[in-house]
Write a new protein. Structure first.
Length: 196
């Protein structure tokens, strides 16, 4: 696979089985995260590794968070989340170590975390693994965030579910880049993607 093939064939998936990346493989994958663009070299990304018996513990924190946010959360939703967090081969909680007083604006700090996450997704694919980035309102629950080690102003950017792609994988339809690209000729541009 050429590097471009690698980029163009990546797709998110939650159809994941063991094995998850070993600690050594994960370390190599996360080395790609450290290559993300990062204005001010603030290194705002943090990765909490949730493996093995830590998964059901995390699942219970997730359920508690769901119930905190909605005491009437439907049972099927609770069970779905409990199962996913208990059984995904590996989970990374994506921490954002943010510095509101820094001259680098917060949105740039958050974008650096996102860029690093994209590198992780690509590195997973390049090494034969797969994953998906998920969030949900629990990712904004300050209690859960703090339980993971990110008290305000730090935040969570969500979670990565990680493992080995299992069985038939979805082949998502991809957009034509031409619809999202326009030449600038001195006037504000418009994009085919935004025209009905
Ligand atoms: C910050 C962020 C949060 C996301 N949260 C969720 C989520 O909670 N649930 C979900 O199904 N997809 C979520 N997604 C979308 C998936 O990660 C993924 O991009 C989508 O399934 C499309 O797959 P693709 O990456 O192959 O295009 C999120 C994406 C981002 C960037």
């Amino acid at each position: 696979m050429t590097p471009m093939d690698m980029l163009l064939t990546r797709a998110s998936t939650d159809r994941l089985a063991d094995p998850a990346p070993s600690d050594a493989q994960l370390s190599e994958i996360l080395a790609a995260a450290m290559r993300a663009p990062d204005h001010g070299k603030l290194r705002p990304w943090r990765y909490v590794v949730i493996r093995d018996d830590a998964r059901p513990l995390m699942a219970e924190r997730i359920v508690a968070s769901m119930l905190r946010l909605d005491a009437n959360a439907p049972e099927f939703k609770i069970e779905k989340r409990r199962k996913r967090f208990s059984t995904m081969p590996l989970i990374l909680a994506l921490g954002m170590h943010l510095r509101p007083d820094n001259k680098i604006p917060m949105w740039e700090q958050e974008m650096a975390v996102a860029a690093a996450t994209m590198n992780v997704l690509n590195a997973l694919h390049a090494t034969g693994f797969g994953g998906v980035w998920v969030s949900g309102d629990v990712a904004e629950d300050p209690v859960l965030t703090e339980e993971l080690g990110f008290p305000a102003p730090h935040r969570l950017a969500g979670f990565l579910f990680i493992g080995t792609p299992d069985g038939e994988q979805p082949a998502p339809k991809r957009s034509d880049p031409a619809e999202f690209t326009a030449p600038w000729t001195g006037k504000p541009v418009s994009f085919a993607a935004d025209r009905t």
